[in-house]
Design a protein around this ligand. Structure first.
Ligand code: ATP
Length: 364
């Protein structure tokens, strides 16, 4: 096992106008499950391939277990990798697919058999060892690819969108299996996905990437609750974080954000923004619809545009002072388009962003 250190990694593909990874530094602890999350083209796979040795960076270093491996061949890095496309051998039975990496390393046959049986057991493949991949479901094939990666005693496990070929239900069940498996193995893992739910559910920490750079790296609850910038807030969460822009002024009660004729209290620490624009970020579930007649001072008015029952909750799309605002309510909530509602916005659920830099502003 080993920690992984990426130092100021830069990679530009020939002919590309922009860098695929742009000065990325990231430390992954020994045994940690790190998820690289971001939209298509943000550089996740390039970063993973640089760790694997499949991509040579223009500059920067890849250090695994204290050893600089930047210019080492992939086979000398002691890694195992699971690809999005499974990459299982169609002409080999499941047992031979799983044992392949061990055989090429010259592991004795009895040891290969023992490890294949162990991995098959862990991934519920014991009954399929003598089948060919063509006679497996997509989920089973993906399990074979994972089994093949875990039997090898590598320092680091790399996974590139391993669940993306599975249907939604299978994805959900395999996600939990994978989490348990990686927990049990305790192996350093780097996992690439563009699926934010997957990232939040699996990662010890999540590195959110954008345009070749890391926007934020932190534990899942932190990237969700305190997005470091508006991009992270908008990328994580379903629905994404709501953003409302207004001007800060002072009324009899203190600083407030003016949203048309409505006002949201602004923390004292942001006094520098008096007379200037400020962005408010708030999650859909942080807004509470108030029962008729209950209207505390800090409530806001909005009008329902769309009512979506989602089974376990209801999602409302509303117009709040000219902003499109999503509100998540309990499943029992009933409303119709055109209804006017009052919502409570607790101060501790507000996140404040500079409209120019889009960065989170620290308030206590
Ligand atoms: P996805 O989720 O779509 O796989 P990604 O975040 O993994 O995307 P990368 O595959 O790392 O992104 O690509 C980063 C950037 O580098 C993109 O702009 C992509 O078009 C470019 N790129 C990737 N591979 C190559 C290549 N072999 N040659 C030229 N450009 C490439």
């Amino acid at each position: 096992m080993a920690d992984v250190e990426l130092r100021e990694l830069v990679k530009t593909y020939p002919g590309a106008a922009t860098r695929a990874t742009d000065d990325v530094s990231l430390s992954i602890a020994d045994g940690e499950f790190m998820v690289l999350l971001g939209p298509s083209g943000c550089g996740k796979t390039t970063l993973l391939r640089a760790v694997a040795g499949l991509e040579l960076p223009d500059s920067g270093q890849v250090v695994i277990g204290g050893r600089d491996v930047t210019y080492l061949e992939p086979r000398h890095r002691n890694l195992s990798m699971v690809f999005q496309s499974y990459a299982v051998f169609p002409h080999k039975k499941v047992r031979d697919n799983i044992g392949f990496g061990l055989k090429v390393r010259g592991v004795p046959a009895a040891e290969v058999d023992r490890k294949v049986a162990w991995a098959a057991e862990m991934l519920q493949l014991s009954d399929y060892l003598d089948r060919y991949p063509a006679k497996l479901s997509g989920g089973q094939r993906q399990r074979v690819a994972v089994a093949r990666a875990i039997v090898v005693e590598s320092d680091v496990l790399l996974m590139d969108e391993p669940l993306s070929n599975l249907d939604a239900l299978l994805r959900l069940s395999f996600r939990a299996d994978l989490k348990k498996l990686v927990n049990d193995l305790g192996r350093t893992t780097i996992y690439v996905t563009h699926d934010q739910i997957e990232a939040l559910s699996l990662g010890d920490r999540v590195a959110v990437m954008r345009e070749g750079r890391v926007s934020q790296v932190d534990v899942p609850t932190k990237v969700y609750d305190d997005p470091a910038d508006e991009f992270v807030g908008g990328f994580l969460g379903s629905p994404p974080m709501n953003f409302l822009s207004g001007t800060v002024s002072e009324n009899g009660h203190g600083l407030v954000l003016d949203l048309a004729d409505q006002h949201v209290p602004v923390p004292r620490e942001l006094a520098d923004y008096r007379g200037r624009e400020l962005d408010l970020g708030v999650r859909a579930e942080a807004l509470r619809v108030l029962p008729d007649g209950e209207a505390p001072g800090a409530s806001l008015r909005c009008t329902v545009d769309v009512y979506e029952p989602l089974g376990s909750s209801v999602l409302l799309t509303t117009d709040l002072a000219g902003h499109r605002v999503k509100i998540q309510t309990p499943a029992s909530f009933r409303a119709e388009p055109g209804d006017e509602l009052r919502v409570e916005l607790p101060g501790e659920q507000c996140r404040w962003y500079d409209p120019e830099t889009k960065l989170l502003l620290e308030v206590s």
